[in-house]
Design a protein around this ligand. Structure first.
Ligand SMILES: C[S@@+](CC[C@H](N)C(=O)[O-])C[C@H]1O[C@@H](n2cnc3c(N)ncnc32)[C@H](O)[C@@H]1O
Length: 232
């Protein structure tokens, strides 16, 4: 996933002195690569989770005041006051936000005219086999989330004030060793949000059931890619 983030970052042209918002910075792995590319610039690392922001703070200490941390919900207008940014980068986050039309409006409000949005998140069909395995285990995914396709995403971006929009899906099937490695990956990465809502006593059995119901030891990730420019 860190590799996916790095390849998304490569799509963002930077001179090195810009201010860039990382929307959903998580523990700051991609943010760190971003900050390295901005030796004379600034990063605003935004996330809705205080725990993730705490981890990002620790990881990004060496950048000092060049990285600012903001706790905020991307589903709501962003609390940046009058400030605008040159670009927004976002990886593995937008699918957690239910209303993409509102999300893109909030982002458009903080990007300067001509500034870029470069993002990747789960897209239409993402982990469909895992979801079928969850259903076969008698559960439903907790949601809410939006696994959008490229067509509706383009329309939402243009309606929000973006131009030169490129959106596309690509498959990232991720094979794992069957058995314990598969179960561990499901537990820590794929099902993490779901497991938090299950009583502790049921978690191990649930992960084992999902692993057993998968047709093979592959996580069928599908990624939605976005490159767009804030209209002048
Ligand atoms: C899978 S992590 C991705 C972290 C990082 N961008 C990366 O690629 O490694 C998704 C992050 O999105 C954050 N997130 C999810 N929904 C959010 C929302 N509505 N507002 C702000 N952050 C949100 C989560 O707290 C989490 O840190």
């Amino acid at each position: 996933m860190a590799r996916w983030g790095a390849s998304v970052l490569e799509r963002l042209p930077l001179g090195g002195d810009e201010t860039v918002l990382d929307a959903g910075c998580g523990s700051g792995r991609v943010t760190e690569r971003l900050a390295e590319r901005l030796p004379a610039g600034r990063v605003i690392a935004l996330d809705g989770s205080p725990a993730m922001l705490a981890a990002a703070r620790t990881r990004l200490t060496r950048f000092g005041s060049r990285v600012e941390f903001v706790e905020a919900d991307l589903a709501r207008p962003l609390p940046l006051g009058d400030r605008s940014v040159d670009a927004v980068l976002s990886t593995a986050t937008f699918h957690w936000v239910e209303d993409h039309a509102a999300l893109f409006r909030h982002l458009a409000r903080v990007i300067r005219p001509g500034g870029r949005l470069v993002a990747q998140c789960g897209g239409r069909g993402n982990i469909a086999a895992v979801q079928r395995a969850i259903a076969a285990a008698g559960e439903t995914w907790p949601g809410p989330w939006t696994m959008a396709g490229p067509e509706e995403t383009r329309q939402r971006l243009e309606a929000a004030g973006f131009t030169d929009v490129e959106t596309w899906l690509h498959d990232e099937p991720t094979p794992l060793e069957p058995g314990e490695p598969l179960r561990e990956f499901l537990q820590t990465v794929v099902l993490g949000a779901h497991l938090e809502r299950l009583p502790e006593a049921r978690r191990e059995g649930f992960v084992a059931a999902v692993a057993a119901n998968l047709p093979d030891a592959v996580i069928d990730y599908v990624r939605l890619n976005i490159v767009a420019t804030r209209a002048a």
